[in-house]
Design a protein around this ligand. Structure first.
Ligand SMILES: C[S@@+](CC[C@H](N)C(=O)[O-])C[C@H]1O[C@@H](n2cnc3c(N)ncnc32)[C@H](O)[C@@H]1O
Length: 433
């Protein structure tokens, strides 16, 4: 595999006209609003409907746009959200029902209307994120490519981190003249280049470890040999000789000669019979296999023993746990403003994060409350008749307040003097047009 040599990236920033993405790409479509117009969205007014426990977690039963605009005025939230995961409708032009055939939500927006609706929300989400915060946007092949461009516009191309491919289901018997579709995607962006990152790893299994770490030293420690040089020419010490040898053409030593000497003294360098040095990397120094960007182990519920709420398009808890653990720390504030059955919120509670959830569907709010109070049910129970609720979590582990929209501003609490006002003057320069 060819290893590219990192070069300097050309950044085209025009402060007067605004940042237009590193490569200047934009997605144009009818009805695309100026950022300024989006940021003048009227904030919604909300009052607590019911409180479970005394925790500060918030569940909003509302369209998410006015909620996001209201949260941007809330000094305890704006700029403090460490992680946002959203799994919006995917522009399927379909209606979704729960397993008990109750209407859950309509996914009727398609084309430019879909793009603009989600873009508006993402602009607000960008404002709510902490400087070291992350966004994960779950979509499928219908809209993910459009949103790679839209998110580059909002977050800046330099803050794109990954497009994770998830295997969502087992192969099906496909009748269309195409390859079977078993994947969807999660776009991962961060607000800046300094962000919370707890590298996820998978444990080594014996076969894989033996294949990759294929040598054993005199103490029985498994290791592999890797080059001691890297691509690119350097003029300093790493470009000069070590032990009388120059790095190969077009390469440089990975460490200065003094460090290489120390490594050699510790027995960390292997010398081939022809005198070529290689670094020894030991298996027992590895915390596990760093997770890559194809996730095969996060399929949607696929057998009768898996616990679910029965809400349509519900994502697996393990997927959310992985994302929450990688991109936030205990005590952090996380948000899902397309919460559905509350998979993200329940996982956040379990992992000791504070959370904000939003959904406009009655069925979603019911499913979330049921899940937070009683846990989930075996998928099989739904098929076999009356489900027996299984109390997996008690509400004291998921303290939250349900907020509902109120028509009048008087009903909502007066803003805190420290609250942030949602004027457009401090819009991140990435957003300016
Ligand atoms: C794909 S589902 C989310 C499923 C969720 N990840 C889960 O695991 O259960 C999308 C959700 O977004 C909600 N939704 C769509 N548009 C919304 C909007 N403008 N404001 C609030 N919720 C919205 C729908 O009601 C639906 O529950």
């Amino acid at each position: 595999m060819a290893v590219p040599i990192p070069g300097r990236r050309v950044q085209r920033t025009n402060r007067a006209q605004g940042y237009v993405g590193e490569n200047g790409l934009r997605l144009e479509y009818p009805g695309k609003k100026p950022v300024q117009d989006i940021l003048s969205t009227a904030p919604g007014c909300y009052v607590p409907a019911e409180t479970w426990g005394s925790g500060e977690n918030r569940l909003y039963h509302s369209d998410n746009l006015p909620v996001l605009a209201a949260l941007a005025r809330d000094g305890s939230v704006a700029g403090k959200v460490r992680l946002v995961y959203i799994d919006p409708p995917f522009a399927t032009a379909a209606t979704f029902e729960s397993r008990k055939q109750k209407h859950a939500y309509d996914d009727h927006l398609v084309g430019p209307a879909f793009v603009e609706s989600l873009r508006e929300r993402l602009i607000w989400i960008h404002r709510l994120l902490a400087d070291d915060g992350s966004l994960y946007l779950h979509l499928d092949e219908r809209m993910v490519f459009h949103f790679r461009v839209i998110l580059d516009e909002i977050f800046g191309e330099q803050n794109y981190r990954n497009c994770i491919t998830r295997k969502k289901c087992n192969p099906k018997n496909y009748t269309r003249k195409t390859y079977g579709n078993v994947s969807d995607y999660v776009l991962f962006y961060t607000k800046t280049d300094t962000y919370v990152w707890n590298r996820p790893v998978e444990p080594w299994d014996d076969a894989r470890a033996a294949k990759e770490y294929d040598y054993v030293d005199e103490h029985g420690r498994r290791y592999k040999k890797v080059p001691v040089h890297a691509p690119g020419v350097r003029n300093g010490q790493t470009g000069g000789p070590w032990r009388g040898k120059m790095p190969p053409p077009g390469k440089h030593w990975q460490y200065p000669p003094a460090t290489l000497d120390e490594m050699d003294a510790r027995g960390e360098i292997y010398w081939s019979p022809t005198g070529n040095p290689r670094r020894k990397i030991y298996l027992d120094d590895s915390t596990g296999v760093p997770l890559q960007d194809i996730w095969m182990d996060m399929r949607d519920a696929h057998n009768q023993n898996i616990r679910i709420t029965g809400y349509p398009t519900e994502k697996p808890s393990a997927l959310l746990e992985r994302i929450i653990e990688a991109s936030s720390d205990p005590g952090d504030l996380v948000m899902d403003c397309y919460a559905g059955s509350g998979t993200m919120l329940a996982a956040a509670s379990d992992l000791g994060r504070r959370w904000i959830g939003v959904d406009r569907s009655d069925e979603a709010i019911e499913a979330t409350i049921r899940r937070l109070q009683h846990g989930t049910e075996r998928m099989g129970d739904f098929v076999n008749g009356d489900p027996q609720p299984t109390t997996l979590r008690l509400f004291d582990t998921s303290d939250f307040t349900l907020y509902v929209e109120t028509g009048s501003e008087e009903d909502s609490p007066a803003p805190d003097p420290g609250d942030v006002q949602a004027d457009a003057s401090d819009v991140a320069f990435q957003l300016a047009r």
